[in-house]
Design a binder for this molecule. Structure first.
Ligand SMILES: Cc1cc2nc3c(=O)[nH]c(=O)nc-3n(C[C@H](O)[C@H](O)[C@H](O)COP(=O)(O)O)c2cc1C
Length: 414
């Protein structure tokens, strides 16, 4: 019976434990979590989602406060098109977040940044260019391009000195998305170093419609594998979404996957950025509490706990401080929904908005509890304590359980 440790992920000259901890914004996959993955010989991700906010929290900078001060005059205005990110500050914040993490890296593993293209930040191309280049400048080992097709992302960095040395990967949920990306980036004469194939059971945003349950990760991986083989392209494939045990991982590795990307099991570790009481909500979750809905203004379905405080909340949009979802014209569908409710309830102190959520504010406050499909199994990965709460795990424990377990077993903590 094989274990994950019988396999290795080869990336260039590197040989790694084939376990990748996926990016979880906003600072749910913290630097501490990513650093543990790297120390243990795998790959960890930090995320650059809402990087100014994250940097303020980590390093006591004042980027959000300064931005709010600059745009305070616009708070009551439904039109958010004036709100712009200061590109110099965005660069600084990214370099701090990424650079300090890289300085702290120990061990043989790697640290990547998860970069969500869908954070359009009122100037999609300009802000994305700054985010990608600053991460490369700060010495990140690699970048995983997530949520969005990223058809132009390689072009934004192809003149960067690290374009060919940093590892660059993409997350796709279909063969079609990968084909589009490869066609569009052929000109840069550089293939992605790895492709994460994310299936319908993953956490966060999904690359599927509301018919997500009709898809199956193993089938999509096999389709992509077949295509790459036919084209003679040797790109490592990394399946993700619902890989809950070491044995689940082994079955993908035996079928030719180069590694697996996992996340949900790490949401209940000390190193994960969620507050303690929220981690207990993840432990307590039952299957009927896990829903996929369309409240994210990105337009992608998103999986979350149905008792997330964000659902139905009608908080005033805070684009002057955050504004990560504003498109090039200053639109965010939450702002539209919020304004509709305010107009329909004149004089109301507080409105409820059910169709969309203020993703920035809710993720920043850890009030939107996005999670993977198998979150309801987390309670089986630990012990219940006398006071009724669940024992928190260490990232090392979960990582090693993936690495060394067999027979679908899950090791409980000491
Ligand atoms: C709490 C949470 C937040 C996530 N946030 C992101 C994100 O910001 N960007 C992203 O590309 N994927 C995100 N994901 C997806 C993971 O990186 C990963 O690919 C997926 O969840 C793996 O499946 P698993 O959770 O079943 O192990 C998130 C997942 C979780 C559980």
């Amino acid at each position: 019976m094989k274990r994950v440790d019988d396999f290795r992920l080869k990336l260039g000259r590197k040989e790694l434990v084939p376990i990748v901890i996926g990016g979880m914004g906003v600072d749910i996959s913290t630097a501490s979590l990513a650093l543990e993955a790297a120390r243990l010989g795998g790959i960890g991700h930090i995320s650059d989602a809402m990087v100014n906010t994250v940097t303020d929290r980590r390093f006591d900078t004042k980027y959000v406060k300064e931005k709010l001060k600059q745009y305070k005059f616009n708070v009551a205005n439904p039109d958010k098109s004036v709100v712009q990110f200061d590109l110099g500050q965005l660069e600084e914040a990214t370099k701090l977040h990424v650079g300090k993490t890289m300085e702290a890296k120990r061990g043989e593993g790697l640290i990547f940044v998860n970069c969500m293209e869908k954070l359009t930040m009122n100037a999609p191309k300009e802000t994305l260019r700054v985010r990608l280049r600053a991460a490369l400048d700060a010495g990140v080992d690699g970048i995983t391009l997530a949520a969005g097709l990223h058809l132009g992302s390689f072009a934004l960095i192809e003149d960067h000195p690290r374009f060919r040395d940093a590892k660059l990967g993409i997350i796709v949920s279909s063969l079609r998305a990968l084909q589009l990306f490869l066609r569009k980036t052929a000109r840069s004469n550089r293939l992605p170093d790895y492709v994460v194939v994310e299936g319908p059971l993953a956490g966060g945003h999904l690359g599927f419609g509301m018919d997500w349950s009709e898809y199956d990760l193993a089938t999509i991986v096999a389709e992509i594998r077949q295509y790459l083989d036919a084209e003679g392209l040797a790109i490592p494939l990394i399946p993700a979404g619902g890989i809950f045990t070491g044995s689940d991982a082994v079955s993908f590795l035996e079928n030719g996957a180069a590694a697996v990307q996992v996340a949900t099991r790490f949401t209940v570790t000390n190193e994960c950025g969620l507050p303690e009481d929220v981690k207990q909500e993840y432990f307590k979750a039952t299957e009927d509490r896990i829903e996929v809905n369309q409240i994210s203004p990105t337009g992608y379905p998103m999986r979350m706990l149905s008792n997330s405080p964000a659902i139905g909340d009608g908080i005033r949009p805070n684009c002057e401080a955050y504004g990560y979802l504003l498109d090039a014209n200053g639109h965010c569908s939450y702002v539209t929904s919020y304004n509709r409710e305010v107009a329909a309830h004149p004089g109301a102190k507080r409105v409820s908005v059910v169709d969309k959520t203020c993703l920035c504010t809710q993720m920043r406050n850890f009030d939107l509890w996005t999670c993977g499909h198998y979150t309801y199994r987390l309670k089986d990965t630990t012990r219940k304590l006398e006071d009724g709460s669940y024992q928190m795990l260490t990232a090392e424990h979960v990582f090693r359980d993936y690495q060394f377990s067999a027979d679908n077993r899950i090791a409980l903590p000491e």
